[in-house]
Design a protein around this ligand. Structure first.
Ligand SMILES: NC(=O)c1ccc[n+]([C@@H]2O[C@H](COP(=O)([O-])OP(=O)(O)OC[C@H]3O[C@@H](n4cnc5c(N)ncnc54)[C@H](OP(=O)(O)O)[C@@H]3O)[C@@H](O)[C@H]2O)c1
Length: 370
């Protein structure tokens, strides 16, 4: 392939694939080289690019393998013509151990940066990170803030904070531009509410729908910050290559449009109550309690020996305690770069819950527990 290229990791994932479509559409003279570990995954994604797929070249490799699973010549060829690097690949599971999270999110990033250090034309490296590198911090979280020192709710958050640090340090040490794009948690594709990727939030909703979890931490005023995949993909595609984005961190978050937990529960229960089958089961509204009470509940569940409840509470423990660390994400840089804020959560939350409840996602995931 001749001409300028962007090297993309995670192009078969939820955000990477959507961002790549938009980048190629907006930059008709740019080609892409994508690192994939399984070419069949790419074959499934490629049709979403239409004719632009012809401008994409595959490199089969693995972030977990030494040298990305490429020999020195392949790594050098992978970088020919590459002017920008978009690193969107990650292991996004909240329940993994720290070693396992680091193996891809930190060491994989390090392997990628080691290879990229010898790509002579590379100017910009953009890392897709998470807003929850802020971990257990509370209050306002500014885009300029370094990842927290207050600890993290899970190993994923911590590993992404470590990856951010790697990218910034690498940029400084190698005289290359870096950009960090911190996404909030994606809950649906667009404001229509369709869900193509089920994550911890949907699984938690499923447990609350089934009446399997009676409590969650936080206060009714705790804001829940989530986003749509469309918004984040648009933002990545607009900002990753933008000239003003060098050395800047962007929080791709609902920000001022986040929804208070109390209102979010009201909206969710309003949708569920419409189903006679759910009303018949008379599931109580989950109690919102402070973290100390929630921890007491977790401990008593551990001690009761009820296997099902232990599993449920165990699965929530990797994520739900984040609600006890209320924060408000500042989105000044992102709003300025995009000319608009993210869509407010109350514009699509009900749609998303309706889609889950009526099974139009194809997963019918809430009906499964009824
Ligand atoms: N989705 C969210 O709610 C969210 C929120 C905040 C931040 N983020 C960040 O956004 C980025 C993209 O997330 P996503 O939701 O699009 O993730 P995803 O759908 O789970 O996709 C992950 C991508 O990483 C690739 N990958 C995983 N392990 C790899 C390895 N060892 N070598 C090479 N590629 C590997 C996957 O390839 P395969 O197709 O082979 O599995 C896939 O393309 C991540 O950095 C994540 O931390 C996501």
């Amino acid at each position: 392939m001749t001409g300028e290229l962007i090297f993309v990791t995670g192009a078969t994932g939820l955000l990477g694939a959507r961002a790549l479509v938009r980048i190629l559409r907006a930059n008709p003279h740019l080609g892409a080289r994508v690192l994939v570990r399984d070419p069949a995954r790419w074959t499934a994604i490629a049709p979403s690019l239409g004719g632009d797929a012809a401008r994409v070249e595959l490199v089969v490799g693995d972030l977990r393998a030494p040298g990305l699973g490429l020999d020195a010549g392949e790594r050098e060829r992978a970088g020919r013509g590459v002017v920008a690097l978009l690193h969107a690949a990650a292991d996004t599971s909240f329940s993994q151990s720290l070693d396992s999270a680091r193996a891809i999110n930190v060491e994989g990033t390090r392997r990628l940066l080691d290879a990229a250090a010898s790509w002579p034309e590379l100017r910009r490296t953009a890392l897709v990170s998470t807003a929850f590198v802020a971990g257990c911090r509370t209050g306002p979280v500014y885009e300029e803030d370094a990842p927290t020192t207050a600890g993290w709710v899970n190993a994923y958050e911590r590993s992404k904070a470590e990856a951010e640090r790697l990218v910034r340090d690498w940029g400084r040490d190698n005289g290359r531009e870096w950009t960090i794009l911190r996404s909030s948690t994606v809950v649906c594709d667009s404001a229509q509410g369709d869900v193509t990727q089920v994550n911890a939030i949907h699984r938690a909703l499923r447990l609350y729908y089934g009446g399997l979890a009676p409590m969650l931490p936080g206060t009714p005023a705790t804001t829940i910050d989530v986003v749509t995949a469309d918004y984040v993909a648009d933002a990545i595609a607009t900002i990753a290559l933008a000239s003003g984005a060098a050395g800047v961190t962007y929080q791709l978050c609902a920000g001022a449009g986040a929804m208070p937990l109390g209102e979010l529960l009201d909206a969710t229960l309003e949708v569920w109550r419409r189903a006679p089958a759910w009303r018949r089961r008379a599931v109580a509204r989950p109690v919102v309690a402070d973290l100390a009470t929630y921890r007491l509940f977790e401990r008593s569940v551990e001690e009761t020996g009820d296997r099902r409840l232990r599993q449920v509470v165990g699965s929530l423990s990797h994520f739900v305690p984040q609600l006890a660390h209320p924060k408000r994400f500042d989105t000044t840089n992102a709003d300025r770069a995009l000319g608009r804020p993210a869509p407010p959560v109350r514009d699509y939350w009900r749609n998303m819950v309706e889609r889950l409840a009526d099974g139009r996602t194809g997963s019918a995931m809430l009906r499964d527990v009824a």
